[in-house]
Design a protein around this ligand. Structure first.
Ligand SMILES: Cc1ncc(C[n+]2csc(CCOP(=O)(O)OP(=O)(O)O)c2C)c(N)n1
Length: 577
């Protein structure tokens, strides 16, 4: 049966059919027909204060749940304001659908008011994009957009709809199936390669599981855990994969890479087999590629064939959904005998001893001080209150790295951060999306004083929806990560990194109608965070930390990952006169 309705109404019917219950956006002239239908529609629209944050909030919603998040913006500046969020979602393989209004089809190309070539501009920052000029195409395109965003390697899809298509009346025919003959996704993995992988695993003396964001995206944490326990291999999670293996699991080492732990990077460097699961051999993980895991054979499982061999040629390439492949690999391993012989078993025991030794020699430890709040102390306190269960979003910079090192995550979809693009200003809007998706969860927006000042307008969104987000600013008075590089590699010539003006947190929060406070004494920290958590509404806690702390370990740019700088240089002894 078909019903006569406007394009705008049809669009909302399609969203409803896709299970959308909440979307993040900002209206404008071209999207007026859409907002008019929204007026009495059951889908909830969250009015953010900048379109970039609509995209970040949609990402936060998706990252916290796995469900496709939706954002919308008007033509021209509304659409161009979405770009950073789209690139962010593209880099981290986050499935969101962005809906933008476009000027009427007859005006396209005439430099009409608020016309921008959204389709052209977003071609390289979306997995796929569409320009809909005819009402008849709208339902098919909408459902395709959701299918493409969520299937295969997930990513953002944009649908640009002209105003006349939104206004036109037509008969709505529900679309029940998506047909995309040219779009094929290989999920199962090659049987022969899976057998070869199992054989390499059994022969390996020093195996290491290197698991990433693909485990989270594929909802493969249970299968990963079964696999790791079955082969009893040490495991690292990348920045995007944190929570994929619970931080408390005995097989979990920690994060590898530029600010990864000593044990994780030494394990990478000395492994004889890397089992790479849903990772992309990102430069922040590998360091100097030529020196990365020099002794290791590589099994690489990824849904995206373009990732296989992009940075490191694997010995066993497996294109498939990492969850499906792990199910099959676990089955093959269950049917076979275990490590090849006693020599291999003995070597494995030695490998575990070595890994434990590396962990003991240079653990990731939260430094504290009696006189000032150390950033690591802040992370330890958030970790204590979270107990591996809270959602923590972060911005980008030093606080992000300390959080990744020191806060535990008991499951996936708790640690939400901008990994690939590294977008400052991500933390607060992502927390908004996550809190809408998970209203009963404790959500910390852990942000730097720089990143926070990029997203301050969203305090209005937090306040107007009464979101109980705990906004914790790690305030070091600097663009900390840039200051760290200037200190270490530019002779401490601090150029344009001092953030010498920061609003009074209590007054700022009060201006929006909620509570806030600044602290700078270490003995205040635990109670102040507890107060924030106990507060039923939003809370802004500005934590003034020691300003010149650097994140260690650190692999200098271009270095091999085992060439870590483990801590600050020892003070030079002054010779006695
Ligand atoms: C939008 C954007 N602009 C610039 C950068 C470059 N950048 C990376 S980290 C950083 C400093 C961040 O400072 P802050 O938010 O205070 O966090 P901190 O490093 O002090 O924890 C900058 C400027 C970025 N990542 N994103």
């Amino acid at each position: 049966m078909s019903t006569l309705m406007s394009g705008a109404r049809m669009l909302l019917e399609c969203l409803s059919k896709e299970g959308v219950d909440c979307m993040f956006g900002y209206p404008g002239g071209v999207t007026l027909p859409f907002y008019d239908v929204l007026y009495d529609h059951h889908i909830r629209h969250v009015l953010v204060r900048h379109e970039q944050n609509a995209a970040f909030a949609a990402e936060g919603y998706t990252r916290a749940t796995g469900k496709v998040g939706v954002c919308c913006a008007t033509s021209g500046p509304g659409a161009t304001n979405l770009i950073t969020g789209l690139v962010d979602a593209m880099m981290d393989s986050i499935p969101i659908v962005a809906i933008t209004g476009q000027v009427s089809s007859k005006l396209i190309g005439s430099d009409a008011f608020q016309e921008a070539d959204t389709f052209g501009i977003t071609r390289s920052c979306t997995k796929h994009n569409y320009l809909v000029k005819k009402l008849d195409d709208l339902p098919r395109v909408l459902h395709e957009a959701f299918y493409v965003a969520a299937s295969g390697r997930p990513g953002p899809v944009l649908v640009d709809v002209t105003k006349d298509a939104l206004q036109a009346q037509g008969h709505y025919q529900p679309v029940t199936a998506v047909h995309l003959p040219g779009y094929k996704v290989f999920t199962e993995g090659h049987t022969g390669q899976i057998r070869r992988a199992a054989q390499l695993i059994q022969e390996s003396e020093r195996p290491l599981v290197y698991s990433g964001g693909g485990i989270v995206a594929a909802n493969a944490a249970r299968e990963l855990r079964e696999f790791v326990e079955r082969i009893d291999a040490p495991t690292v999670n990348t920045l995007m994969g944190l929570g994929g293996m619970p931080s408390e699991h005995p097989n979990f080492i920690s994060m590898p890479g530029m600010h990864g732990s000593y044990a994780a990077n030494m394990a990478m460097t000395n492994a004889d087999l890397l089992i790479a699961l849903g990772v992309r051999f990102d430069d922040r993980v590998t360091g100097r590629l030529a020196a990365f895991a020099p002794h290791a054979k590589v099994i690489h499982v990824d849904i995206d064939p373009a990732e296989i061999g992009k940075n490191r040629a694997p010995d066993v390439p497996i294109v498939g959904d990492v969850q499906r492949v792990l199910v099959r690999l676990n089955k093959v391993l269950a049917e076979s005998a275990g490590p090849a012989d006693e020599k291999v078993s003995a070597a494995r025991r030695g490998w575990w001893q070595q890994i434990r030794k590396w962990k003991e020699e240079h653990p990731l430890r939260a430094v504290t001080s009696d006189s000032e709040i150390k950033p690591q102390h802040l992370m330890a306190e958030i970790d204590r209150l979270s107990g591996g269960r809270a959602i923590v979003t972060s911005d980008v910079g030093q606080h992000q790295m300390w959080a990744a090192q020191l806060i535990r995550f008991g499951e996936p979809r708790l640690w939400l951060n901008s990994g690939g693009l590294g977008s400052m200003g991500f933390g607060l809007p992502a927390a908004i999306g996550a809190q809408f998706a998970c209203p009963d969860k404790l959500v910390f927006a852990l942000v730097g004083d720089g990143g926070f000042q990029m997203s301050i307008p969203e305090l209005a969104t937090v306040a107007s929806y009464g979101l109980p987000i705990k906004i914790v600013v790690m305030n070091n008075g600097y663009l900390g990560m840039v200051r760290q590089w200037q200190t270490l590699f530019y002779n401490n010539r601090l150029s344009a990194v001092a953030l010498d003006c920061f609003p009074d947190a209590e007054k700022l929060a009060a201006a929006y109608g909620f509570k806030g406070r600044s602290i700078d004494k270490p003995w205040e920290l635990a109670a102040a965070l507890e107060t924030a958590v106990q507060e039923p509404g939003p809370y802004l806690l500005n934590v003034k930390v020691s300003p010149e702390e650097n994140v260690y370990p650190m692999v200098p740019a271009g270095g091999a990952i085992h060439e870590m700088v483990l801590g600050p240089p020892e003070p030079v002894a002054v010779p006695a006169k």
